[in-house]
Design a protein around this ligand. Structure first.
Ligand SMILES: NC(=O)c1ccc[n+]([C@@H]2O[C@H](COP(=O)([O-])OP(=O)(O)OC[C@H]3O[C@@H](n4cnc5c(N)ncnc54)[C@H](OP(=O)(O)O)[C@@H]3O)[C@@H](O)[C@H]2O)c1
Length: 345
């Protein structure tokens, strides 16, 4: 089968279409014929070798972290009442290996969900990774009705989901965006938009009511966190970042004990400037990694079909134009998701 693969660690030049055997489902797994593959900033980091010392890949390796498609085979133990051959599904792949950009993908049934039926299956490929990230960070912040939350990076793939999900929970949402991103975050339901190119968070005066007490950081930037985000919070505030400085503990579940101890010592050292500034301001700062989850993914698909959650698709590319898709993602300017459409037999 065809797959978009990395032939080495490196820049865009190491990405090409290669031939791989069609993967077969084992127990509790499903095989899916791919219709769409979503792109995410992590693709670039994986290709560049950012996780090489923690999780080395056997090269050439199939790229991609999320996909949509139709089930073509069920592994033993997959309950027919859960999934059937032909079902349209979506998935954020398991974290110990990529493969969301193969013509066929095999994944554990537990992290797959039926695709929303009200949008195209190609667009649905953009839901899993960014949607689950948004949901899990809002959970971590315990965002609920009446909360005032700031979401930085509002016009990106994660941010546009985060704004909508925070509104579903009844929160009052502040977000940062450029003038180009403003129409998108407004469409997603943001209550107040702060232009990150011209305004400071620390000195921002809300148009309505109090300032935020919780921050979902999807924009990153170590100095911005220290100089502007943390000072924008009162003591007791909480920041959960998916884009900034990483904090110890995030690799504990995938590393052997001795390696986790070493990695945590290194992360503690690297995070000190931010965690120190947060401690001084009596603000809680933490970084989290999202995780695949079929039940949460089904909830997101339900929101889509109920008309409560929109998948903003910045751009769609054919498999043939996959290099352009990566270029668009790596521009860092996308307003929503970049997806690749697979040719169907
Ligand atoms: N930890 C995890 O598990 C996890 C999971 C998912 C994503 N992430 C990370 O989360 C971040 C966001 O991901 P994404 O998929 O949303 O990325 P993305 O779609 O590529 O984000 C692009 C958007 O970010 C906006 N932007 C750029 N710099 C900004 C800034 N300083 N302030 C506000 N907005 C800014 C851009 O707007 P303009 O072009 O208008 O400037 C653009 O619309 C990335 O760093 C990604 O690696 C982490």
């Amino acid at each position: 089968m065809d797959a978009i693969a990395y032939t080495a660690y490196g820049g865009p030049e190491v990405t090409s279409i290669e031939t791989f055997p069609i993967p077969q489902p084992g127990p509790e797994e499903v095989q899916v014929r791919t219709v769409g593959s979503g792109l995410n900033p992590i693709d670039k980091h994986q290709r560049g070798g950012a996780f090489k010392s923690i999780m080395p890949y056997q090269l050439p390796v199939i790229a991609g972290n999320e996909f949509s498609g139709h089930i073509t085979a069920l592994g033993s133990g997959v309950d027919g009442s859960q999934f059937a051959v032909g079902d349209a599904v979506i998935c954020r792949v398991r974290k110990d290996k990529m493969d969301g950009m193969g013509a066929y993908v095999v994944q554990p049934a537990s992290i797959v969900a039926k695709a929303p039926s009200s949008i195209s299956l190609v667009d649905a490929a953009g839901l899993p990774l960014a949607g689950l990230t948004a949901l899990q960070v809002l959970d971590r912040l315990d965002v609920k009705a009446g909360d005032r939350v700031l979401i930085t990076g509002g016009s990106g793939g994660v941010g546009l989901f985060a704004i909508q999900l925070a509104k579903i929970r009844g929160a009052y949402v502040f977000t940062t965006a450029s003038s180009a991103g403003r129409p998108y975050v407004e469409k997603a339901g943001a209550d107040e938009v702060i232009d990150y190119k011209t305004e400071k968070l620390a000195s921002y005066t809300p148009k309505n009511g109090q300032k935020w007490t919780k921050v979902f950081d999807a924009a990153g930037g170590e100095q911005t966190m220290i100089d502007d985000v943390i000072p924008s919070l009162q003591p007791g505030g909480h920041v959960v970042s998916v884009a900034g400085v990483m904090t110890p503990g995030i690799f504990d579940t995938i590393l052997p004990y001795w390696k986790a101890v070493l990695v945590n010592a290194m992360l503690r050292y690297k995070a000190w400037s931010v965690t120190g500034a947060a401690a001084k301001a009596d603000v809680k700062y933490e970084y989290i990694f999202m995780r695949p989850d079929g039940v949460e993914l089904a909830q997101l698909a339900k929101y889509v079909d109920e008309g409560k959650l929109k998948v903003f698709v910045d751009s769609k590319f054919s498999l043939h134009d996959f290099k352009k898709a990566f270029e668009q993602l790596e521009s860092g300017r996308s307003k929503g998701k970049v997806v690749i459409e697979w040719p169907q037999a």
